[in-house]
Design a binder for this molecule. Sequence first.
Ligand SMILES: [Fe+2]
Length: 380
Amino acid sequence: MIITPDFIPHPWRPICSVSRTGDFIVLSWEDGKKLEAYSLWLAENSPQDAIEPSSRESMLEPLDLPEPADLQQVDIDEEGALLLVWQGRPRQRFHPGWLYAMACNEIQPECGLPVPRPWIAAERQEPVTTNGERVLETPAVLQQWLSDMVEHGVARLRGLPATEGILEQVVGKIGPIRSTNFGGIFTVKTVPNPDSTAYTGINLGQHTDLPTREVPPGFQFLFCVANTVTGGSSRMTDGLALVAALKKEQPEAFEALTELNWVFMNRAQGAQHMWVGPIIELAQGGRPLTIRAFYPVRSCPNMPTEDQPRAYAAMKIFSRYAHDANYQMSYPFQPGDLVGFDNRRILHGRDAFDSNGERHLEGCYLDHDDIFSTLRVLNR
Ligand SMILES: [Fe+2]
């Protein structure tokens, strides 16, 4: 067995030809795939003298790398593995399946994850739902739920015991909770003297949480412990669909929303988080879409005065689309429901509810990184 610089079970894919072009090793496979591998990149990933076997990390500091001219011999063996001989170093033998994955550009953050798919109300009236009764014991249940969450931006587990503490146990299977000034697990129910409108029974417009942060939380989880109130339905709008519609139908507003910046600031007694950014920060260079839309913490325009009228006009259009029933799903919470959603993609809101009954939700955040990492591991 040849180890690879990862824990991905690469199938063996024999290399069929190898040649050398300057300091690049050119590999090809039977199906026509090709890889131009720089010699020093191979050297720092050598299973024999660079990769530490238990961590699978490279031990070679750049200063310890050989000179490209030290490469003396390039070959493939009878099993189709790449062989390299460097002056004064042990012979190196590389897993051809790992190199094939490189040739297919499969060592990328989005690989091993579902492709996010936008949706509108006509296609989806409530979150994709998985029976959550066995989520704690059955990795396949967790895998299905996380996969739906990444693909559709929102997904639900149903049928969990409606007791406090379950949320922590379930998300503990995914990764560490991202704590904020609202704590790790926060409780959403009406309280006296609230420091957030979330803790009242009033209608909450479509928004994303914590745009006051440099990196707003990636995913939000809401777990229903009790719900006997009238009203209070949860509403979700898919930001991916919204962005596509605005770009096509409202190009001027789209430009203002993506290019003009605002200062965001929370107004809690004991915290003052601040960040500057546009309402729509488009996905680019591998960074995901981030929608910064929460009017209670939008502080002031951070743009020339002449741009402010069009910034407000664009924001009204954005809000009209975000609240348009054609882009929105609306569904009541049932005790034992756990809804996870991408807080940077999905806008969420809540209908007003009367305060005669009890409405008790528990919530928490996790970063994108931990959801994606857990799903990649489950998928491999
Ligand atoms: Fe919220």
